[in-house]
Write a protein that binds this ligand. Structure first.
Ligand SMILES: [Zn+2]
Length: 134
């Protein structure tokens, strides 16, 4: 290497794989760049894989998080989730719930569409707030 200052140790370069350049949707070239602190845009699945690879190489959760622009708590969640990639299944279609409005607080009749899910979460937050105020 010619661009290394005399006396400076060559920094360790990390490789997610020494043979494959991709794995399904994971771009190992992009992951390699991220692992070595180079600017690159990653998908969520690639960020999780990058963090997993770094932690497996002895990075602390905080240091691994820095390379994928996530805080330590996010890395903890990913790790506790077994480094599973995010679900790619689309939200279920809204079901027929008659005249009721999708997303109405606490009233979804079992519908799991995004609007209803968000509405249920908002209802839960509101209930928590009421509880805290009481
Ligand atoms: Zn719905």
């Amino acid at each position: 290497m010619i661009a290394t200052r005399p006396g400076a140790a060559t920094p360790t370069r990390y490789y997610p794989s020494t043979t494959a350049t991709f794995n399904g949707d994971l771009d190992y070239i992009a992951i390699e760049n991220a692992m070595n602190g180079e600017a690159v845009t990653l998908t969520m699945a690639e960020r999780i894989e990058t963090a997993r690879q770094l932690v497996a190489r002895g990075f602390t959760l905080t240091d691994a998080g820095r390379r994928v622009r996530a805080d330590r708590n996010t890395i903890v969640v990913w790790q506790n989730n077994g480094w599973a990639p995010p679900s790619t299944s689309p939200d279920p279609e809204p079901i027929n719930i008659g005249n009721a409005q999708h997303g109405r607080s606490g009233y979804t009749k079992g519908c799991r569409c995004r609007t209803c899910k968000d509405g249920a979460a908002a209802a839960k937050r509101a209930a928590k707030k009421r509880e805290a105020a009481a």
